[in-house]
Design a protein. Structure first.
Length: 467
């Protein structure tokens, strides 16, 4: 049987378990799934650190020659192997040809990022002319908000999550203040129901329906960074636009993670970084999307040389020929040394499709969920046993690859013990680990190894500290 063709990941796992006839926690299950993974070769396109190379690792506890268990692609993706080659090519070109590198070579510096737009558009479900690779995420968010947020006395609110990523919150706050409004009145925050961890789609739609006439912009995450919740962007977009709102998304945790259809959904604007699931390295280039329907109606509020049409950009007569759509939002040339790693990663994405990655991701995350629930569900008969509550939605269609695990015990020592054992993951005080099995390079064996390491880490963290 092919385990990657089932419609329900949980049912697929149960069929695999039944066919193998082994314990559901056996490493044999992970090996079987890896064997049938048609995307497993993509891992070979990345550099996976060895355990001994990770600073917090303790080689008395684990074999340092093994690859680490890298579950933190939601924070920083692994380095594509071809990154170094591309960087060296541009450094060599700079050394040998100097200024001529702007128009010579396989990636002329004056328009190198333009050559990546189609690859990026494929990742986010857009047309190439709807995507611009430029700046960082927050810079792009500000540029877009300056054009899409046009508050009036009657319609001045911006709708966002109560616990949006700080950068989004600060950007929205400052945009409201910049227009002379009060964030206390104009920032409309969405919070989960009491006792719940994530937002219900029906509650989001209810707020839009009720408050829509006063909302100028709906500005949500594609995937919520803390909970891992994947929002129903299509439904939210339709609801917001029906009430006359512009609808935009911060897709930092969605691009390269979930299957996006920004064009088909009619999203007005979006922006994202590229160093998480898009593996471009720390501080890598961001990207922005403006739907083609706004090509001639939405103009950038701030202008730069790079927004001028390339064909006449170097005439230098200061008569602006603004590129239509998102390309007009460009301000300046992009650093070629940041273009190189992004090209390296997008070429790996181009070796498959987001549909195929999503199929694997659904099963990979379901396998992690299955093992966590098997070992760490709350047991009333053993109140002293640590247990885990998964705050990410259980519905696979409402999450990306990340699971946010909330522990019944303080997490810092557990996190430290995981790091000693060669696990790279993300801790959020007081009790949450964010675990992201990335389908592009993580394996089912990685998931199995992580859960094993978690068990030994929990046991070790329960021991008295050495004096």
């Amino acid at each position: 049987m092919n385990p990657f063709t089932g419609s329900c990941p949980r049912e697929t796992l149960e069929r695999v378990l039944a066919s193998l006839g082994c314990s559901p926690t056996s490493a044999e299950v992970a090996a079987y799934l890896d064997k049938h993974d048609t995307l497993q070769h993509l891992r070979g396109e990345f550099l996976v650190p060895k355990i001994a190379e990770l600073p917090p690792s303790d080689l008395s506890l684990v074999d340092g020659t093994k690859e680490c268990i890298y579950m933190v692609g939601n924070s920083l993706g692994l380095q594509p192997k071809r990154t170094k080659k591309y960087l060296e090519e541009e450094l060599e070109k700079w050394a040998k040809t100097g200024v001529h590198g702007h128009i010579e070579g396989s990636r002329p510096w004056a328009w190198a990022e333009n050559n990546l737009e189609e690859l990026m558009a494929n990742v986010v479900g857009a047309k190439p002319e709807e995507v611009a690779i430029m700046n960082g995420l927050t810079v792009n968010l500000h540029l877009l908000m300056l054009s899409f947020y046009k508050p009036t006395a009657a319609r001045h609110k911006i709708l966002l999550e109560d616990k949006a990523f700080p950068s989004d919150h600060y950007a929205v706050d400052s945009q409201i203040r910049l227009r002379g409004f009060d964030p206390e009145q104009s920032m409309l925050l969405l919070a989960p129901r009491p006792g719940e961890d994530t937002l219900r789609t029906e509650d989001i739609l209810e707020v839009i329906e009720k408050e829509g006439d006063s909302i100028a912009v709906v500005m949500l995450s594609g995937v919520q960074y803390y909970t891992g919740q994947l929002f129903n962007m299509a439904v939210i977009t339709e609801a917001g636009q029906r009430k006359g709102c512009y609808v935009g998304f911060d897709c930092a945790h969605a691009a390269g993670n979930a299957e996006l259809k920004l064009h088909d959904w009619g999203v007005d604007f979006a922006c994202w970084c590229s160093y998480k699931y898009l593996n471009s390295g720390a501080g890598g280039l961001g990207a922005a999307f403006v739907h083609e329907k706004h090509k001639h109606t939405i103009k950038p509020a701030l202008l730069g040389w790079w927004g001028h049409d390339l064909k006449t950009r170097f005439v230098m007569n200061n008569v602006l020929e603004l590129q239509p759509g998102v390309s007009g939002f460009r301000l300046s040339n992009q650093p070629i040394l940041l273009v190189c790693p992004l090209q390296a990663s997008l070429e790996v994405f181009n070796m498959t499709t987001m549909q195929a990655l999503r199929r694997k991701s659904l099963l990979l995350t379901a396998y992690l969920e299955y093992l966590i629930q098997h070992y760490y569900s709350k047991d009333p008969s053993r109140p002293d046993k640590p247990h885990v509550h998964i705050i990410t939605p259980s519905d696979p269609q409402q999450r990306g690859c990340q699971l946010s695990l909330s522990f019944s015990v303080p997490i810092r020592r557990v996190f430290q013990e995981l790091e000693k054992r060669g696990v790279a993951c993300d801790m959020r005080e007081p009790s949450v680990l964010r675990i992201a099995p990335v389908p592009l390079y993580n394996s089912f064996s990685d998931v199995h190894r992580f859960v094993e390491s978690l068990g030994s880490s929990l046991a070790a963290s329960n021991q008295p500290m050495n004096e």
